[in-house]
Design a binder for this molecule. Sequence first.
Ligand code: TRP
Length: 486
Amino acid sequence: MTNDSQPRTQWLGRWGFVLAATGSAVGLGNVWKFPYMTGEYGGGAFVLVYLACILAIGVPVMMTEIALGRRGRGSPIDAIRRVTAESKGASAWSLLGWMAMLCGFMILCFYVVVAGWSFSYLWKMLTGGLAGSSVDDMAAIFGANNANPFNLGFWSTLVTVATMVIVGKGVQAGIEKSVSWMMPGMVVMLVIMIVYGAFSGGFGEAVQFLFAFNAGSLSSEGMLAAMGHAFFTLSLASGAILTYGSYLPRHASIGRTTLSVAVADTLVALMAGLAIFPVIFANGMEPGSGPGLIFMSLPLAFQAMPMGTLFGVLFFVMLSMAALTSSISMVEATVSWLTDNKGISRRTASWGIGIVLWVISTLAMLSFNVGADWTLAGKHFFDWLDYLTSRWMMPLGGLGVALLAGFVLNSESVREELGLSPAVHALWLFMVRYVSPLGIVVIFLDALGIATLEFGVQWPWLLLALAVITLIGELASPRLMRTLSA
Ligand code: TRP
């Protein structure tokens, strides 16, 4: 347990938290996962649901997590336990902290493999391994890169070691500084790619694909995927933001901070889409090509553009850095729990986690080669890690966080911690009590096939249901609060 007389580490600069949280949020999720999922789930409608989820679920849940972290001053488990105890809530709520910590770690186990792809493509760019390749060659190169477990394992091991070295050195030392130049760098690279794309012949089609709303193209599965991705991309319900919040100084504004992070994260994702899809369409590639999408498409653009090798190298440097500033945030919750509760040093904790991580991520890495046949219900171990975290654990964790803050916690302490203006506070409360939970539940029911949502047709009913539930909730909330916190 932390010693309360000894203040917890805090971010150094005024922008420390914003930088670190942005570093956590902006990562492979934005540049690698968002485009390939958009491609897989058919474009505009997926993007729209994703944006709606960021706004209606992601932003309120993020504010709540930061507030929980700052008030509880600890790892997700300790922070939630303390904050719930302060409001005389049931101790079982700390299970949310356990799930978050586990979820962050599970994500990390496949994230290092993808970050390894980024590093290996950086190496290929530097050594000319991608020069003069055709569209078909690109697919073959991606396949060959995966096929050799020693090659792929080398890169994921490199990422594992790099992550643990940074985490071992502590919060302030590396994170704030690297994010402050990496983020602008990433944006500049994306702008260059978008400008190139604008002249490549595929731009119109790309804009159409990303932003034209085609209701028929989105499945229930796609809606759940969009919601899960909103959690993933903001690093929610997996310990990262909550733990970073625990290092946030008292006076910082949670509302403004959250908005900056969410806006930056969303912009980078949309920019990545605008950078990648023109290349896809100009080269007649399939948008639904899956996880290899950016690795098979962007190198084609680097080949064709002036100074392409330089830009390609810079791009993969940025992407690899963005991956590292995210991967370190996934370990932070566990490290902070181990150092606070088990009395071990940050360095020992990070190496201990590193060893477990290395073993499990190696198993995930093998999904692409020797373990290609090791599937359960048609999914590899790598896919299972992604599926369980994005489709189940994060949405359920987010639901728990929203309900905890909306109905269990003492409203005075929440109000004090969030420090919002009365009108914004009321809006936040409305979101975490009704809109976010209902959104999550409806998307779940839809995906499970229990209820069907159709665009256009049933939205008015949904709004009506929301109004009714709100009314009932407001009338019953004192009783509900007593029940949930019993
Ligand atoms: N948000 C990161 C991305 O988009 C992924 C990430 C970083 C993350 N930290 C996390 C996801 C913690 C969940 C939990 O790449």
